[in-house]
Design a protein. Structure first.
Length: 214
């Protein structure tokens, strides 16, 4: 049976990997994609896109791309940015591993954010985790020298794995994340998951690493 194409009502705020193939020659060439040469930040597994939405409003001279494999969630995020016709925010529906391995030029990204990646609690499912050593290598290849990787999670064990990978990676150096602060209102959180976990009283583990010079 032919695959039903995704609805196009949210274009260009929500695009899928096939759109990048057909409309952008399979490449996320940032000046073509965003129509400017501003710095680019990627939100991996952006969910409903709170980070992409807020950060693109706070930093109009930076471009933000959320990548989300769950189209329903990604489209929710895209609706918010469509309402405000944000030129510097887009959500891409699809697997980050495809985008990272096939579509993005080396040393073209200023920051990568990985907030609350799925922990896949069962040991036999752990290999489905997004953050593994290959992913760290992709980040090292795609980030500009001096670019940053941010990762937060409430899962202490997963944070231990991420920190060990990043702290021992020869192309990254650990940095101090900004000081913690109280949220001013219900939207004043990095992501929807952060809001939920903080309000439920969980500790949030926050990591920040800088890509070394070439
Ligand atoms: C726990 S949620 C966190 C969402 C958001 N970052 C937040 O903090 O609110 C993890 C998200 O990663 C997405 N995800 C998992 N694997 C992915 C992949 N390979 N590519 C893109 N998104 C992925 C899931 O669909 C889910 O929306």
């Amino acid at each position: 049976m032919p695959k039903t194409p995704p609805p196009t009502d949210l274009k260009p705020y929500f695009l899928v990997l096939d759109d990048i193939e057909s409309e952008y020659d399979g490449k996320l060439d940032w000046p073509v994609f965003f129509g400017n040469d501003h710095p680019v930040e990627i939100d991996v597994g952006c969910g409903r896109g709170l980070f992409t939405f807020r950060a693109s409003g706070m930093h109009p001279k930076r471009n933000f791309l959320g990548i989300e494999i769950d189209f329903k969630e990604g489209r929710r995020g895209a609706r918010r940015i469509q309402k405000q016709e944000r030129p510097n925010a887009r959500i891409l529906g699809g697997d980050v591993n495809v985008a990272f391995t096939q579509m993005i030029a080396p040393h073209s990204v200023d920051a990568i954010h990985v907030y609350f990646p799925d922990p896949w609690w069962k040991r036999k499912h752990r290999r489905r985790r997004v953050f593994n050593d290959e992913f760290a290598d992709h980040c090292a290849r795609l980030l500009k020298p001096g670019g940053h990787l941010h990762s937060w999670t409430d899962v202490e064990e997963y944070f231990g794995v991420i920190s060990a990978l990043m702290n021992h990676h020869p192309l990254f150096a650990a940095c101090e994340p900004p000081a913690e602060r109280e949220a001013d209102d219900d939207m004043d959180y990095q992501t929807s998951f952060e809001r939920k976990k903080r309000q439920d009283g969980w500790t949030i583990h926050r990591g920040l690493w800088q890509r070394n010079p070439l």
